[in-house]
Design a binder for this molecule. Structure first.
Ligand code: PTJ
Length: 248
């Protein structure tokens, strides 16, 4: 569908089109379309822009990624459909490995996602060779199967559009978790070390630009970030937007 640039919701409709194309190309599952709909609703509530609190979370994430020894970017269907180019760029800037890790796992979809990432310049993709599979304890979903060279041995994992159970299991397993989640009240948002309450398609671009401004050497000091407080700020921003909308 051709969406005119002047359409008041052009950006959000373009994002939706991208996801639908990802579904048609076998990257995204049906459940991913539902998850996106939920995300769209929260995106509307945050004003479809990167908020002040999200900028703070992005700065802390950039610092943590650059300071870490073994960062990994975990990729699911939605993330690949929306941000394949940005995933590869972030991986190059931060030295993070890229691992495909799916909730609704299938070999066919893993391969399709890996293909798209390679087409966008990724050299190596983890999570697609069963020879290196390991299990994360305390987790039932397919997401417990990870790559021994990737998430299993990571210190920091970026896990966008995540389910709460895996965030909790990864945390118990000693990983620092950064997530993108448009819902500041979700279990993942509330459990992660850093939650970026933003649409991954906008937030990834800001994260990449922020990483470009920093250098690895800047981050020997401990990173201080109060995720709970920052999430409260996000919720306050939503309340303010709601008040503005109801008075418009
Ligand atoms: O590709 P798979 O098999 O790994 O499956 C991926 C999905 C997304 C289907 C799976 O992880 C899932 O069901 O996720 P949930 O539990 O629905 O959680 C998705 C969260 O991401 C929700 O809180 C949404 O509000 C949020 N979300 C949706 N779209 C975006 C988003 N957050 C940031 N950017 C988005 N574009």
């Amino acid at each position: 569908m051709l969406i005119p640039r002047s359409h008041p919701r052009a950006e959000s409709l373009h994002i939706r089109e991208k996801l639908v194309r990802g579904f048609q190309n076998g990257l995204v599952v049906e459940e991913g379309l539902l998850a996106h709909g939920r995300g769209e609703m929260f995106d509307y509530l945050i004003g479809e822009k990167t908020s002040k609190s999200s900028h703070e979370a992005i700065k802390a994430s950039a610092r943590l990624l650059l300071a870490s020894e073994h960062p990994v970017i975990s990729v699911n269907g939605n993330f690949a459909a929306l941000c394949a180019k940005e995933i590869v760029e972030l991986s190059k800037i931060t030295g993070a490995k890229i691992e495909v890790n799916l909730f609704y796992a299938s070999e066919k979809r893993k391969k399709a996602i890996a293909r798209v990432l390679k087409k966008n310049g990724a050299k190596e993709i983890f999570g697609i060779n069963a020879k290196f599979s390991k299990r994360i304890p305390n987790l039932d979903s397919a997401r417990r199967i990870v790559d021994s060279r990737g998430i299993f041995s990571a210190d920091v994992v970026l896990v966008p559009l995540e389910d709460g159970d895996r965030t909790i299991a990864l945390k118990k397993f000693g990983k620092k978790i950064i997530t993108f989640d448009l819902n500041p009240m979700s279990r993942t948002a509330q459990t992660a070390d850093i939650t970026i309450v933003d649409n991954v398609i906008r937030g990834m671009k800001v994260l990449i630009n922020t990483c470009k401004k920093y250098s690895r050497e800047d981050f020997t000091k401990k990173i201080k970030f109060d995720n709970k407080k920052n999430l409260e700020e996000s919720i306050l921003e939503i309340k303010k937007n709601l008040r503005r909308m109801s008075h418009a």
